[in-house]
Design a protein around this ligand. Structure first.
Ligand code: ATP
Length: 766
């Protein structure tokens, strides 16, 4: 049914402006929509597969026809009459405003390489141990077998997405132990996470004739854990665990202390990004005096880097990055020790090689110098950690340092359907710096990846939750689904929609609530002060935006007692030694007071422009930061605020959502059967039956900073963004949905440029 009654007005979907859909959807959820035929309650279905329609909420569902509309004229006014409802024609909200797009149906990605069943040809001769393994269900294909059997000399295993690199690494290790009788203590098996190392050990234990004592003698773990063990062995006193700066807040505190020397306020400088940048420099073996700052922000970060290193040295502390740097320095400064370890470690197996950084690479090069037995397994198309100093060129140029290396390419994808493999292969082929691979799937599901076109972030979330709800009610499990996004900030709407549904979901532990982000919290604090002029926390939050130091808070409290006025009012009595600032503060007090009478969206615009919030961000904030601009948070807040009529309602919602964030994170640890909300980075290595990728528009994926780099002639960032999209697409086993909202952050958005190759017709199999 395409017609409904809302607030005595007639709504015809085909004429309804796009921005109204979400509002009408919510009205239906709140029981405010009625059928024009039977007057029962109806709701709007806003999903992915069908065009929107109204449906009756009562069970069993009834289906009324759309009413015939007759127009009657009484005096000068004309009315439309539908089943007894008389509606003044002038009051309809169904008229389509000019230039407003109508609902755009979803679209499959049609032009894909046709599916061909993979045939292996005649089987190569396999050693009995591999036959035993195959008997127990661990089958290897031709290239996987080659990667396992080539144990002497270096080998680069280029393993496309879902091609079974974990299987190759574990079987190779088992084969070395069993058939080659290699001493486990001479094998170093490096994984990207501790969990992956544990998983590999478990898998090894499940293989025939693998003994726990032997497996435990393998040198396995992450780069950090392995090299830290070496440091502890040789210099335990200086590297004891109690000297490790384990938590981010500990490192953050050191930087903030250092920042005070140059008057960097805690609330105004992105210390977290500076920490990330320092890690990048350290992993790239760049000491503070070797960094060439490219901007003012870099200069500040280098200053903090220098101070941070000095502090650690003074206090005898170290951080995670020092574990690698320290070991590198130790081995370089002691030829005997290096020779000892070069003898000790004769075989290196390294997973996720595309993500190694300079210090890790140099360590492996040093240690493998004598035996040159490095088995590097990775996928250059999944290199997504350059911001941490990872560099795929170590994989791309492996033969430079290991000239005798053999190359094995794993091109069978065992995870995803042909439709997903073909679409992702077609998409990633646009990257220039990569090794060519022809990924092939094992099966076709007949389900083509689907592009869908929500109006904005809100509607995107609604459409996805509607889809998941329907599928779960048809018997699918919550854990079959994942919603992936480029940055945590992009998850606000989907989080909110899921939080208000009864579906179980889990999310990354480090995903802070959108409403707790510094810029968002500060903007909301202006609203809070407007409602409660004596709220000390909110007042403290807004001080930097009025260009006042935190120390002023005490003075404000004193003034409020002396003058018997609110904390806010006290601002207008503040003596700052600058007449112009005092004048501005007086004006600010009036403006802040006025906010409470406005709608949330207008109030936020006032804060932005009239209260100088944006000026502050430009002058002092981290607008120059690569990944997260404060002004973007404000734009996101305005999108969220659109759904609320009063400031009280928006504030109550923000508190509720912040509490829900904490709660869901707590529950996430225990949920097994739950929908996953995750950044693409966190989803690496994981797989789901159905994946929804949200915000597939320029500016989000690829991220703005990559587009800007591209405009300046640097293509590395855009290629990494394309790899991120590739990682996201290849997480899906059966079904892939790509959301292309028509608006983002309140502005028209362009579909991601990464989608362009998916619209090109491919004629033949290649
Ligand atoms: N020869 C094989 N035959 C059948 N299934 C296989 C084979 N090799 C691997 N698989 C299965 O394929 C799936 C993907 O393997 P795995 O997770 O190891 O891939 P991956 O290369 O690490 O993927 P990605 O890099 O995309 O995260 C797993 O379920 C694995 O058991």
């Amino acid at each position: 049914m395409k017609t409904a009654i809302y607030q005595h007005q007639n709504i015809v979907l085909d004429n309804l402006a796009r921005e109204q859909y979400q509002k009408i959807f919510l009205a239906g959820k709140n029981g405010e929509l009625h059928c024009p035929t039977c007057a029962q309650k109806v709701r709007l279905l806003l999903g992915i597969h069908e065009s929107p329609y109204f449906f009756h909420t009562q069970e069993p569902e009834i289906h009324c026809p759309d009413p015939a509309v007759t127009t009657v004229t009484e005096g000068s006014a004309s009315f439309s009459v539908q089943n007894g409802f008389k509606l003044p024609k002038g009051r309809t909200i169904t008229e389509t405003p000019n230039n407003v797009e109508l609902f755009r149906p979803s679209k499959t990605i049609e032009y894909l390489i046709p599916f061909k069943q993979v045939t292996e040809g005649c089987q190569q001769k396999r050693p009995p141990y591999l036959l035993d393994l195959a008997e127990s269900g661990v089958v290897l294909d031709r290239s996987q077998t080659a990667a396992v059997l080539d144990t002497e000399g270096s080998v680069l295993v280029l393993a496309g997405a879902g091609s079974g690199k974990t299987r190759v690494l574990t079987v190779r290790t088992a084969f070395m132990l069993h058939d080659k009788q290699i001493d486990p203590r001479t094998i170093m098996l490096v994984t990207f996470t501790t969990k992956a190392a544990a998983e590999m050990k478990d898998r090894l234990l499940s293989y025939p004739q693998m003994k726990r004592e032997k497996i435990n003698q393998l040198v396995t773990g992450t780069f950090h854990s392995i090299f830290y063990r070496i440091l502890m062995f040789h210099d335990g006193a200086n590297w004891s665990a109690d000297k490790l700066l384990k938590k981010e807040w500990q490192r953050d505190k050191i930087l903030k202390e250092a920042g005070k020397e140059i008057n960097l306020s805690e609330k105004e400088f992105a210390f977290d990004l500076a920490l990330q940048q320092i890690g990048f420099w350290k992993n790239s073996l760049l000491m503070p005096n070797e960094v060439r700052p490219a901007s003012e922000w870099d200069e500040t970060a280098v200053f903090l880097y220098k101070k941070y290193e000095e502090y650690k040295l003074r206090e005898g502390l170290f951080d995670f990055d020092d574990m690698l740097l320290g070991c590198y320095q130790l081995l370089n400064s002691s030829p005997d020790l290096l020779a000892h370890y070069q003898d000790r470690f004769q075989y290196f197996l390294i997973d996720e090689f595309q993500d190694v950084n300079k210090v890790q690479y140099e360590l492996i090069k040093l240690l493998s110098g004598k035996h040159q037995n490095v088995c590097a397994v990775g996928d250059d198309d999944q290199a997504i950690y350059s911001f941490r100093g990872s560099d795929p060129s170590y994989l791309l140029e492996f033969e430079k340092d290991f000239p005798a290396a053999k190359l094995v390419i794993l091109e069978q994808n065992y995870r995803s359907s042909h439709e997903i493999v073909a679409a992702s292969t077609q998409m990633i082929a646009a990257n220039k710096v990569r090794r060519m691979k022809r990924m092939k799937a094992q099966f076709s599901s007949g389900l083509l990846p689907l592009l869908f076109f929500p109006f904005d972030e809100e509607e995107e979330a609604t459409m996805i939750v509607t889809d998941i709800q329907e599928r779960i009610s048809n018997g699918e499990n919550p854990s079959d689904f994942a919603v992936l996004y480029r940055t945590n900030a992009g998850s606000r709407a989907i989080f909110e929609r899921l939080a208000s549904s009864n579906l179980p979901f889990k999310m990354d532990q480090d995903a802070e609530s959108f409403y707790q982000r510094y810029i968002v919290r500060s903007a909301l604090s202006f609203l809070k002060v407007s409602l409660n002029e004596d709220d000390p926390h909110a007042l403290s939050d807004i001080l930097p935006f009025l260009f006042l130091k935190q120390a002023v808070l005490k003075e404000l409290k004193a003034q409020s007692i002396l003058k018997d006025c609110s904390f806010l009012e006290a601002l207008s009595h503040l003596k700052t030694a600058h007449a112009f600032q005092e004048k501005k503060l007086k004006k600010a007090v009036t403006l802040i007071r006025g906010l409470k009478h406005m709608s949330p969206i207008i109030a936020i615009e006032k804060i932005e422009k009239d209260l100088g919030f944006l000026d502050f961000l430009k002058k002092r904030g981290n607008e120059s930061s690569k990944l997260e601009k404060g002004s973007d948070d404000l734009k996101d807040l305005k999108v969220a605020a659109k759904s609320f009529e009063t400031i009280e309602a928006l504030l109550a919602h923000s508190e509720h959502m912040s509490a829900m964030n904490k709660e869901i994170k707590k529950l996430s640890k225990h949920f097994i059967d739950a929908i996953s909300l995750s950044t693409i980075h966190r989803a690496k290595g994981l797989e789901y039956k159905t994946v929804y990728i949200i915000g597939t528009v320029d500016g989000s994926l690829p991220h703005d900073f990559a587009l800007e780099a591209q405009r300046n002639g640097d293509f590395t960032a855009i290629e990494e963004e394309r790899r991120l999209f590739y990682v996201a697409m290849t997480r899906a086993r059966n079904q892939l949905y790509i959301s292309v909202p028509q608006q983002r952050r309140g502005k028209k958005a362009n579909p991601s440029r990464f989608l362009a190759p998916l619209n090109k017709k491919k004629k033949t199999d290649s």
